[in-house]
Ligand binder design. Structure first.
Ligand SMILES: [Zn+2]
Length: 508
């Protein structure tokens, strides 16, 4: 989930708001719509993206002018000429969806890795410059100052199968059901193409997609894997919409087959969402961890395979140990980052020195004297309080480094929409997310306030009483997930504005 880049940086990544539009350079990590929301109205030259991400984005937003884009090739550093400082950026494969990359920025602002959305693997990380990789408990020769990290599944402690293993499970499931005349694959999301390609190659069949009913998916697949598509509905393999109301539609297909005295169709959903949100069917099954080793049938008849485009907690921990960055900034909710042991141990924002580069990055001037007379207590702000304040006040949704886009306080989405992001990808005006993202938890981040990385979770949550800044829908969602309703932290902007007002009063 995109967040605004700090004010002290000359570029934005995956945000298309009025404030990010004021940045001099723009980067798009991949074509999922939750990373391009607003691009049609707020984009400005130049937008750096891989050629495939550019093509997919132009498909989604035909009104966009292609000349806004600058192609960036994977592994080829390019120098960005900026009026203030020249910096270098290099794209690396993010193992997320076709065209998806991480960006490595190197300049006087420091060395910054922005992962976008990613499924970090040894192969991914080994493609980074060697100087940034630690070896055998040795720190890297050159440390990354900041990693902006996709922490979508930082709270997901189970060991997920690799994408390759998950695809194998899909194929095994099909082998075990030779009688199924029709195999429905809920693979309509960008990033699930490898499943379709492997199924097509293994069973020697093209895959039917109804281009009238799902034109956007058809266009994407026509760009990424055109050779395996078919318009012949008699094909055994069909692409099936994952949302909305998958259970109802799946059940209807099964009832229809039975009414016609046909074998049940096989409906396979390769996604991590079911594993994140659904209850484990039994304790013994949980103990065996069987559900990650093979496809599992739910009580409706849908077969699930844990296919994830995001890193699990184990994978994130391993990656951070290797990269040993000085600071980690979650591009997903704060509590996701502080769930990571590495962040808790090494990335505290407490006790920042006055000359820490972070202040420059945040564009905060600490040189001016602070006022402590004739000023209400709540507006007295010290350097430390800016980052570690624990007295909640009302404020807009912020991360440490800027406002999170589309705060949920004003959300009109219901619970169904929040936990099923693919519903939203069909509406250009709403936030869209790739299939594996538990959108509801994303939205939690937008109301969480400051992203501190301090591990002070207790200051950010109120498990017993509702938060004034969180909508009823969001509260319901959190309760349904048995997690505390997040309590908004103070707005960094409000605090700084209060501080300015206090200074002005003092001057008068
Ligand atoms: Zn994505």
């Amino acid at each position: 989930m995109p967040i605004e880049m700090p004010k002290g940086l000359p570029f934005s990544v995956d945000t298309w708001t009025p404030s990010s539009n004021r940045k001099r350079h723009h980067f798009l990590t991949h074509a999922h719509k939750d990373h391009s929301q607003g691009i049609a109205t707020h984009s400005s030259f130049p937008i750096y993206a891989t050629p495939l991400t550019k093509s997919l984005t132009l498909n989604y937003y035909p009104q966009l002018n292609e000349s806004l884009f600058v192609d960036i090739e994977i592994g080829q550093p390019i120098a960005i000429n900026d009026p203030v400082e020249t910096f270098t950026v290099t794209a690396f494969d993010a193992n997320h969806c076709p065209g998806a990359v991480m960006f490595l920025f190197e300049g006087t602002f420091g060395n910054i890795l922005h992962t976008g959305d990613c499924r970090l693997t040894p192969e991914c990380l080994q493609r980074l410059p060697e100087k940034y990789l630690g070896k055998k408990s040795k720190e890297p020769k050159c440390r990354l100052d900041y990693v902006f990290l996709d922490c979508t599944f930082a709270t997901f402690s189970s060991k997920m199968p690799s994408k390759h293993v998950a695809i194998r499970q899909v194929i095994d499931c099909i082998w075990k059901h030779p009688d199924a005349r029709v195999v429905y694959l809920t693979c309509d999301l960008l990033g699930q193409e490898d499943i379709l390609v492997n199924v097509s190659q293994t069973f020697g069949s093209k895959i039917f997609i109804n281009k009238e009913k799902n034109p956007e998916c058809y266009q994407s697949l026509s760009l990424t894997v055109p050779d395996i598509l078919s318009q012949d509905p008699s094909s055994r393999f069909h692409i099936f919409d994952g949302f909305p109301r998958l259970p109802e539609r799946a059940e209807a297909k099964i009832i229809e087959a039975r009414a016609n005295f046909q074998p049940d169709p096989l409906i396979i959903r390769p996604s991590a969402q079911w594993y994140v949100f659904e209850d484990v069917t039994s304790e013994s099954e949980k103990r065996k961890n069987r559900r990650f080793k093979e496809a599992i049938r739910d009580n409706i008849g849908i077969w699930h395979v844990c296919y994830s485009m995001h890193s699990s907690r184990d994978e994130l921990e391993w990656a951070l140990q290797l990269l040993a960055p000085r600071r980690v900034v979650s591009t997903t909710p704060e509590f996701r980052a502080i769930e990571l042991g590495y962040v808790r141990r090494y990335c505290s924002f407490d006790n920042l020195a006055p000359d820490d580069p972070l202040w420059k990055l945040l564009d905060i001037d600490l040189g001016a004297p602070l006022v402590n007379e004739e000023v209400p207590e709540k507006v007295i702000v010290s350097k430390k309080e800016i980052l570690t304040v624990s007295s909640p006040v009302k404020g807009p949704s912020l991360t440490l480094f800027g406002r999170a886009r589309g705060g949920v306080g004003n959300s009109v989405f219901g619970y169904e929409d929040l936990v099923k992001p693919e519903i939203m990808k069909r509406n250009e005006d709403e936030v869209c997310s790739d299939g594996d993202v538990p959108e509801g938890q994303h939205d939690g981040s937008k109301s969480n306030g400051l992203t501190k990385g301090t591990g002070k979770r207790a200051t950010a949550y109120s498990p017993t009483r509702p938060s004034s800044g969180v909508s009823e829908n969001i509260r319901k969602m959190y309760r349904s997930m048995h997690v505390p309703v997040p309590k908004p932290l103070p707005s960094l902007v409000d605090m700084l504005n209060d501080r300015k007002r206090a200074k002005r009063r003092f001057m008068l």
